[in-house]
Design a protein around this ligand. Structure first.
Ligand code: F2R
Ligand code: MG
Ligand code: MG
Length: 363
């Protein structure tokens, strides 16, 4: 990949673009592998596929985005149009997006929520999600996969960010495990945005995990009737920390066995965070000097819910490194990348009017 000199200090607008571009790229590149079990052979195929897509643009083939990006766009557009969170409008945007373009590979159960919301004319916004799975609500990763615009828009106000992330997730995912998965991804993106890093400097990965674990501790204090453990995400973050401390044994099976690669939030959000953190350093298994590509390729190489884990890992990497590592070729190979940059810019400008630069961040 040909790149110029990396900027010394990453500006916030570039991080907004990077975050949404990272999500889109992970989704588009990961989608063809969703549900696959990866082998050494298929990882080689993946590597060549990535080389091609990041290489010279040859008029296609363009990779299409899925529900992860469709719903992220709906969240972003609702925040932009309303200059903040409006639950009814966001619910309508989810429903309208689904019915105008239903073939984007949505979760199996979520169309029932859209159907009920539409039929009851948005009169009880939170009931349909609560009724999912016999009343326990969904703990799928659909809340986490679309949370990025909320982390971007509200990153300067932690309390508000958590409140909006919770209320927007509950429109479709009422189970506490689904909600807390979205909160974890949201907090991790916020933390990437707030790091005043110089991209050449090594990120302190262990501190990153400890900081988000501390924040999760205050949020994850509710017992769950689905899982027989009380603090599932904090437990997963401990596993994640162990893996980071042992990078030589922590490539594929160990990561899949300990963190997971599934469609549910508990076994995919921590994995995405791990992929991002691990990929900040070179990896002998993935030969590229582009750390955003490395995060996305690593996430896909684990198999399972590849589009979603790569989408979340890509959002984190983009929020940390900005838009610098997305060359023209990869942008052209992913559907709607110009659009997503425009969306990121709108979100940035409206965020600035509400949270001027001189405001202190309420962590
Ligand atoms: N749906 C998919 N992939 C399937 C294959 C798609 C195929 N490639 C195609 O093109 O058609 N991917 C997308 O779904 C995931 C996000 O799902 P979301 O929005 O969370 O949906 P849902 O239906 O609420 O939950 C997903 C599954 O999780 C399990 N589950 C959730 N809560 C449960 C509960 N309380 N009890 C038992 N199971 C629960 C169920 O299996 C749900 O179907 C992303 O991967 C996105 O890319
Ligand atoms: Mg998807
Ligand atoms: Mg998926």
């Amino acid at each position: 990949m040909k790149i110029g000199r990396i900027p010394i200090v990453m500006d916030l607008q570039k991080r907004f673009r990077g975050c949404l571009l990272g999500g889109l790229t992970g989704d588009c590149l990961g989608a063809p592998f969703e549900g696959d079990t990866m082998t050494p052979g298929s990882r080689l195929v993946l590597h060549n596929y990535m080389d091609k897509l990041y290489g010279e643009y040859t008029s296609g083939p363009v990779k299409n985005y899925t529900d992860d990006t469709a719903m992220t766009k709906a969240v972003a557009n609702s925040l932009i149009e309303n200059e903040g969170f409006d639950a009814k409008d966001m619910a309508k945007k989810f429903v309208n997006e689904f019915y105008s373009d239903p073939g984007r590979g949505y979760g199996e159960a979520i169309p029932r929520v859209f159907d009920k919301l539409r039929k009851q004319r948005y009169s009880n916004l939170y009931d349909p999600a609560q009724q999912q799975f016999g009343g326990s609500g969904s703990y799928g990763n659909g809340g986490a996969m679309r949370i990025a615009p909320i982390a971007l828009f509200y990153h300067k106000n932690f309390k508000k960010m958590i409140e909006v992330a919770t209320n927007s997730t509950k429109l479709t995912h009422a189970n506490i495990i689904g909600v807390n998965g979205a909160l974890l991804q949201c907090i991790a993106i916020q933390q990437c945005l707030l790091l005043k890093n110089e991209p050449q400097e090594r990120l302190n990965e262990l501190k990153f995990i400890q900081d988000i674990a501390t924040k999760m501790e205050t949020l994850e204090n509710v017992d769950s009737d689905i899982h027989d453990f009380k603090r599932p995400y904090q437990d997963q973050l401990l596993e994640l920390q162990n893996l980071l401390e042992n990078p030589d044994i922590a490539y594929d099976e160990n990561v899949i066995n300990k963190l997971g690669n599934r469609i549910v939030a508990l076994y995919s959000v921590p994995t995405a965070i791990y992929c991002f953190l691990r990929a900040t350093q070179p990896m002998k298994e993935i030969k590229t000097d582009n750390p955003v590509r490395r995060a996305i390729q690593y996430a896909i190489s684990l198999g399972g819910d590849t589009d979603t884990i790569a989408c979340m890992a890509g959002s984190l990497a983009g929020a940390y490194y900005g838009d610098y590592y997305f060359n023209e070729s990869i942008r052209k190979h992913c559907e709607s990348s110009e659009d997503i940059v425009k969306t990121a810019d709108k979100l940035f400008h409206i965020m600035q009017t509400q949270y001027p630069a001189k405001d202190e961040t309420d962590k």
